[in-house]
Design a protein. Sequence first.
Length: 341
Amino acid sequence: MSATIHPETILRELSDLWVSLGKEADPGQPTGVLRACTMTLMAVADEAEDPSDVWSVMAALMPEHPSRAIVIRFRQSAARELSARVFSQCWMPFGHRRQICCEQIEISASDASLPDLPAVIVPLAVSDLPVILWCRGARLFELPDFALLANIAHKLVLDSAACPNSAGILKHLAEHSRTDQVLGDLAWTRLTRWRELVSQIFENRSYCTRLPGVAQVRVGFGGERPPTIAYYMAAWLVDCLERAGAKPEVSWQPAPDASTGLTRVELTAANGDGLRVSIAMTADHERQTAQVQVDSLSSLAVFPLDNDYLLLREELSIPGRDPVYDRSLGRAALLASGKKP
């Protein structure tokens, strides 16, 4: 690996790549190859990760979110080392005869070379289009110079579930949310199904009118301490209930022997004759199953398992700030710190 790379060299290689793709096109098809790009999508990952895991997600996103994809793979080294290669991702939509192609750049870097990367990335970002940065690991997010790279992006997406200190990461994100940069957290995105289930329950007017009587929110989770998704869930529920006129208290239901994550949510009224709602989620290797109980009525809902592709696809569909997330993040940070939200 060399100590530095030159963005103009990478751009020239990209130009040569398009010329090569054009020459490889079927001469019988005058439409040739279509270049598509709606953003610059960057991913940072540890070099120890299987690169095919990252690139498979990026490739799956391309048909809906075509982009110039940049993957930066970091190694723990004190030497300043950088190298890069370019290639393309192409697909042919069903019923069409023209390939659609997107540019892909893979950069190998040492931790010590992180301060050198902004000067490389800025010229590579497509002009006048948003830059999205997806950080795949807690170690990278906590590097002292990570902010230098993150500041390039219009939106920063991470997964706080990977951070062992829930209170610390939520406090950091809450402080960061006051900047101009848009934040996305895949731990919050995993709540979409839970939030949809709760919202569907209270589309029933008879249940909705009983919301002010809810006095207790109980959140169950795997492990001994609440993960960030549990704090997010409690914060969102408290916000919704307070808007409906309730004044709920939050309690926690740990399950030390269960897998880490959100397992159960319960809403109960102050008296035994009031509203009682519970949602319990279980998962196997193929699907998630939610058991929903409202008073004496119960139902089941089945969902596909979450994965990085589905979660990131949802985040990319939200180009601007999400006010619901911003409010929930602030409350979640207060809950994690032990303060009343």
